[in-house]
Each structure stands twice: as C-alpha cells, then as structure tokens.
Design a binder for this molecule. Structure first.
Ligand code: NAG
Ligand code: NAG
Ligand code: NAG
Ligand code: NAG
Ligand code: NAG
Length: 335
C-alpha cells in the first residue's frame, strides 16, 4: 500500500499535468493566432515595415501607359524614407544636358515649380563627385533612387527626377560609361543650348568678371532676381579677344554637336534658350516629354542682359569686322 499510494498519486498528478500542458499549448496557439491577425489589421496602416514588406510581395498594379513606355517607369525605394501614398506612382529619370550661361538655371526653376518634378541642380559642379566613373555612377544612382536631398527634392511624390549636367563637368570625358548608364536605366535627355553663341560668350565673360569684381555689394551672383541687380550686372561691357573669337565659337558649336551625337540613342529632346524666351508654350513640350501632368510653370529669375548686343560689347566694331562674312555673322543681327 505504501508503495502503491505514491504511484497512484503520481499517475493522478501526471494526468492533470498533461491536460494542463495541452490546455496551455492550445491557449498559446490561439493567442499567437489572434495576435497575428491583430498585427495584420493594425500593422498595415501604422507599421511602415509591414507596409513595405506588403508592397514587395504585391507589386504595383500595371500602369495604363503604352507598352513602349513601360521600360521608362521606375519605382524607386529610397533608403531613408518610404514613398508612402506615392509608392506606386511611377518615376521617370531625366538629365538636362547644357553648357554654362545657356539659361539652364532659369529653365530649371521653371521645372522645379512643378509639384512632381525634382531637378537637383548642377550636382557635378563639385569636382570630387566626378573624380572617376564609379563615383559618377554612384552619385546618379543616389539621385535616381530619390535619396539625393536638395531644396528641389519633392521626395516621395516626385514623378520625374533629374539634375543638370554641363558638358565640361566630366560628361564628355566619360561619355562611354555615361551613355551606357542612360541607355540601360532609361534616362531621358533634355538638351538645352543657346542659339546665339556670341551672346553666350558675353554672358560667360561678364559672369567670370563678376566672380572677382562682385558688383552686387560685394557678392558674386550668377543669376538675378530683381531688375536692379540685373541692371548693375548688365552694365559691365566685356572686351572680346577677336583672335580667339571664331575658334571659340567653333569649339562651342562642335562640342554641343558631339554631345548630341553621343546621346542620340537615348530618348531626347533638343531645346534652345531663345525659343523658350520667345514662346513659353515650349515648356509644355517639356512637361509632355517627361510625362508629368500639365501645369503652369513659373520662374522668378530676371534676365541680366537685355540691352542690344552692340551695347554690350566694348569693342563692338572689331567683333563685327571679325564675324562679317563668316557662318557666325547671324549672331550679330539679333537685336
Ligand atoms: C574612385 O575614387 C574614389 C574616391 O577617391 C576611390 O575610393 C575609388 O577607388 C575610385 N574608383 C576607381 C574605380 O578608380
Ligand atoms: C504629384 O504630387 C501630388 C502631391 O504630392 C500627388 O498627390 C500626386 O499623386 C503626384 N502625381 C504624380 C503623377 O505622381
Ligand atoms: C546694397 O546695399 C545697400 C545698403 O544696404 C542697399 O540699399 C542696396 O539695395 C544694395 N544693393 C544691391 C544691388 O543689393
Ligand atoms: C588674344 O588672345 C591671344 C591668345 O591667348 C593673345 O596672344 C593675344 O594677346 C590676345 N589679344 C588681346 C588683344 O588681348
Ligand atoms: C510655341 O510653342 C508651341 C509648342 O512647341 C508651338 O506649338 C507653337 O506653334 C509655338 N508658337 C509660336 C508662335 O511659335
């Protein structure tokens, strides 16, 4: 008896213990199940990580664009934030390819007045970003992934993202790799040139003079926002070296042609500053080209050189003589 009792007691105790374990197990399973449902329901609207995972599993619905356009649509996933309500808005990549003093700063302010356009400025004016090709490509990856922050960034709701690139900022030098990048990543090119290269030259010389003269109360400005500032800067009349004049005009012209030839297989548009000055509807063509919804665009910049060209060049007679009878004679005519 004394030996049986403990055994009975043991088996009596054992049964409820197993039962208790089973009940506990069932309770835990139910708890986990209920908890997972709760997380699913609450998590989707509050927890961004769950949202991101959800989006990865469920790709964005196909866009209604023409099939040929599909390769141009990108869905970046920035590293530092989520695109939230715009995660499924496609983003297009563009690059404004231009030269100094060709109106690209002015042009870019128009683009950035659009709520869905981020044009991040002259990012390769900083020499360290274009020291070698891998740095250039890495920088572009960051811009096109919407991870580049400037005053122009619209971030999560950008529908078109880009920057402007001057031909002398590594673009011509590393053209092979850059062209390949543009072609594979479907970057659309917006060429912006100036028709009158003599006027451009005046602007280059005046801007370079102001870098040291600092005419506006001791500060140098490349672009102006008031008629007074524009008048002060516009008063300076450069003297043009007529020996170098034609070779320089020719070099500028040829460099632009070369750039267009390099990038001819990318989707592109060629614009001229003068055409936009004379006809703001040209900006509509640009919106159509980068496929953003049509909006009125605006800029607060004020043109610096408004005087007739003969009144902007110190040695006008010499310049006239040098260009008469050359292919560049027409640069003299326009008022
Ligand atoms: C490019 O330059 C960076 C910074 O100087 C350097 O770390 C990197 O190794 C260079 N890459 C190549 C391919 O030369
Ligand atoms: C443009 O931006 C607005 C506001 O941020 C956003 O609601 C809209 O979806 C965007 N449009 C496109 C085409 O991405
Ligand atoms: C230069 O400074 C003076 C005095 O502060 C001011 O009245 C004037 O408007 C400034 N001019 C420009 C071009 O900024
Ligand atoms: C024009 O430039 C050339 C080449 O740099 C130079 O030799 C010449 O002296 C310059 N002429 C004038 C008038 O400055
Ligand atoms: C202005 O530009 C638009 C768009 O390119 C064009 O359709 C229109 O004909 C131009 N108007 C004039 C007067 O050139």
């Amino acid at each position: 008896m004394e030996t049986k009792d403990p055994q009975d007691l043991k088996s009596n105790k054992k049964f409820p213990l197993t039962l208790r374990l089973v009940v506990l197990f069932v309770a835990v399973v139910c708890g986990v199940y209920i908890f997972s449902i709760c997380v699913e329901q609450i998590g989707v609207s509050t927890n961004t990580n769950v949202l991101r995972l959800g989006l990865l599993n469920q790709p964005c619905p196909p866009s209604s664009v023409d099939e040929s356009e599909v390769p141009y649509l990108h869905y970046p996933e920035p590293e530092t934030y989520t695109r939230e309500e715009c995660a499924c808005n496609p983003v297009r990549f563009f690059c404004i390819v231009s030269m100094q003093r060709s109106g690209s700063g002015w042009f870019e302010t128009f683009l950035n007045s659009h709520i869905n356009v981020s044009s991040n400025g002259e990012i390769f004016s900083v020499g360290t970003r274009r020291k070698n090709v891998s740095l250039i490509l890495k920088t572009m990856d960051k811009v096109y992934n919407l991870d580049w922050f400037t005053s122009a960034s619209k971030n999560q709701c950008s529908a078109a993202v880009g920057f402007k690139w001057m031909l002398n900022q590594g673009l011509m030098e590393h053209h092979k790799d850059i062209v390949e990048y543009f072609e594979t990543r479907r970057v659309s090119t917006i060429f912006l040139f100036r028709r009158n290269l003599l006027r451009r030259m005046v602007s280059v010389l005046a801007n370079s003079y102001d870098k040291s003269a600092k005419l506006l109360n001791g500060t140098h400005k490349s672009h102006t926002h008031s008629p007074i500032e524009a008048k002060i800067l516009g008063n300076y009349k450069p003297k043009i070296n007529t020996t170098l004049l034609i070779p320089e005009l020719k070099l500028t012209e040829e460099t632009a042609k070369k750039a267009v030839a390099y990038l001819k297989n990318t989707r592109h548009i060629v614009l001229y500053y003068e055409d936009i000055v004379n006809n703001r509807s040209k900006l509509k063509d640009v919106e159509e080209f980068i496929r953003v919804p049509y909006r009125d665009l605006e800029s607060h910049q004020v043109k610096i050189h408004t005087a007739p060209l003969w009144d902007q060049i110190q040695n006008w007679n010499e310049v006239q003589q040098a260009l008469n009878g050359t292919p560049y004679q027409t640069f003299l005519n326009t008022n």
